[in-house]
Design a protein. Structure first.
Length: 310
């Protein structure tokens, strides 16, 4: 593993003890700050000792799934158990991994922009592909567990690579975090660096109402605020940055295939359960038994875009 800090397009990224991105979201911290964060989490657990078993089991399951090679063909009973806390994450990562493995031309080099290593750590074998992860979050990059995976710290709007450097460029739930005015630049960079394919998964909206990411992100944020009396950081950033519209994506990626993913009502249900202590451990089983068969119906929360470079 190699950690680099890029200065793409002459924009130098200064990594101080504490660093925030353009949206005010913490993306990097020094050891003192990590220690302070750990102390705060410990104090929070001590204040609510009844949550200790919940937190311990959640940590164990999350760490375990990073090491398991579960099938991506469908959300089966093993997924219902081991990904009960992360159904949303399994859905998006597995969708992209299936597209990569189904390509008629087997990709040799894959760039994951903003993915923090999820797809490479859990769904793609680094012995079969040349994998590179680019992310602005240096702490996430340091946590990448495979020595064969190359990691580069940088900005997705200024990729530090030559044209056509990677067979496939993927962006898994990152585009919605890019500021509205920078989304076009971000997408053009994905196209420039890709040699064969670009694959994007992200929450989205559409004029015909088939995709309703903003509506359901807003519903989830309201639920979270009522439950925890604070904002859910990622969702706030989605709404502030504006979700991409399918029509705009198709203008940028001419002749791309767009597939609806994650029925919005079902997504909202398992996301709220995912943040409910103890209930979340049966979330996957409930989804498998009662919700999975309806998950491919509109309206959708997210879209999967596959574009082939001519």
């Amino acid at each position: 593993m190699r950690l680099e800090v890029s200065d793409g397009d002459q924009q130098r990224h200064m990594y101080a003890i504490v660093r925030y991105n353009q949206h005010g979201i913490l993306v990097s911290m020094g050891s003192r700050n990590r220690l302070a964060l750990s102390k705060n989490r410990l104090k929070s657990l001590i204040a609510k000792p009844w949550l200790l078993p919940d937190k311990a089991l959640a940590y164990f399951l999350t760490r375990l799934t990073h090491r398991l090679c579960l099938s991506i063909a469908s959300f089966g009973w093993l997924q219902a158990i081991f990904y009960s806390l992360r159904i949303d994450q399994w859905q998006r990562l597995a969708s992209v991994a299936r597209q990569i493995k189904a390509l008629s031309e087997k990709p040799l080099a894959i760039l994951d922009v903003g993915g923090q290593g999820g797809i490479s750590q859990e769904f793609l074998n680094p012995n079969e592909y040349r994998l590179c992860i680019l992310d602005i979050n240096t702490e996430a990059l340091r946590a990448v567990g495979h020595s064969q995976v190359e990691v580069v710290a940088g900005d997705g709007c200024f990729l530090p690579f030559k044209d056509n450097s990677f067979d496939v460029v993927v962006s898994v739930d990152s585009l919605e975090h890019v500021a509205a005015l920078k989304k076009v630049k971000y997408c053009r960079e994905l196209k420039r660096v890709a040699k064969k394919f670009v694959i994007i998964h992200c929450p989205a909206d559409s004029a015909d109402g088939k995709f309703q990411g903003t509506t359901y992100d807003t519903k989830f944020l309201r639920w979270y605020q009522q439950r925890f009396k604070e904002d859910e950081t990622n969702t706030v950033e989605h709404l502030n940055s504006k979700l991409p519209k399918v029509e705009e994506l198709l203008q940028l990626f001419t002749d791309a295939t767009v597939i609806g993913k994650q029925n919005a009502e079902i997504w909202l249900k398992y996301m709220t359960w995912e943040f409910s202590p103890y209930i979340r451990f049966v979330n996957g089983v409930v989804y498998k038994l009662h919700l999975q068969t309806k998950d491919d119906l509109p309206p959708y929360h997210a879209c999967l875009l596959v574009w082939r470079k001519q």
